[in-house]
Design a protein. Structure first.
Length: 204
């Protein structure tokens, strides 16, 4: 349902081609409806409901003017009051809109999944780097501790070889008795008792 405002710019051409205003209105109505279907039939419904509607109306007006010029008429304005679509067209538009919404939803889900994978991958890499750095620092500290321990042992061996030998023997027995259920049977003349039997107080 549309209407148009027009001017007669060439009365002679108008009279020869259509004769009177009633015939002119009838001819223009056919041209306008045809042009509206031609332009709007190629557009999406969202376009007609957006700011691009003005552009589409200009296309309709220009197309009608090309035809109306033959009648000595100029179209000043064309407006659509209501656009009722046939049931088949309405259903087709609904299906197309539904398909577009489903496609957009699928794209959003795909982008979300891709973003989740990227975030997870980045987090995994960061965790790997952190663990590697922690392991590196742990090994460095362990090496420094071992070096310090060896240095202390070396100094102890140099100052008191007998005590160092006693200490290392005690460590060996401690490792052998770990678990709580191990029994160790020693003779009185074993190396273990030798240390206790030979201990003498140092003279001042």
């Amino acid at each position: 349902d549309a209407f148009a405002r027009f001017q007669i710019i060439d009365p002679l051409k108008f009279y020869i081609s259509v004769g009177n205003e009633r015939v002119a209105r009838s001819r223009l109505s056919t041209i306008i409806n045809s042009r509206i279907r031609s332009v709007l039939g190629t557009q999406r419904l969202q376009t007609l409901l957006s700011e691009d509607r003005t552009k589409q109306m200009s296309l309709i007006q220009d197309g009608v003017n090309n035809e109306a010029e033959k009648f000595g008429i100029k179209i000043v304005d064309v407006r659509i009051k209501r656009a009722d679509l046939p049931p088949a067209n309405s259903e087709a538009i609904y299906r197309r809109m539904q398909t577009e919404r489903e496609r957009e939803a699928k794209e959003f889900r795909a982008k979300g999944a891709e973003m989740a994978i990227t975030i997870t991958s980045t987090a995994d890499k960061e965790v790997t780097v952190i663990l590697a750095e922690a392991e590196k620092e742990s090994q460095i500290m362990k090496g420094e501790g071992d070096g310090m321990r060896n240095k202390i042992f070396a100094e102890a061996f140099g100052k008191d070889p007998e005590f160092f030998a006693f200490y290392r023997a005690m460590q060996a027995y401690e490792k052998a008795l770990i678990g709580g259920e191990t029994s160790l049977i020693l003779s009185p003349d074993s190396e273990f008792f030798k240390f206790f039997g030979n201990i003498k107080p140092k003279s001042e």
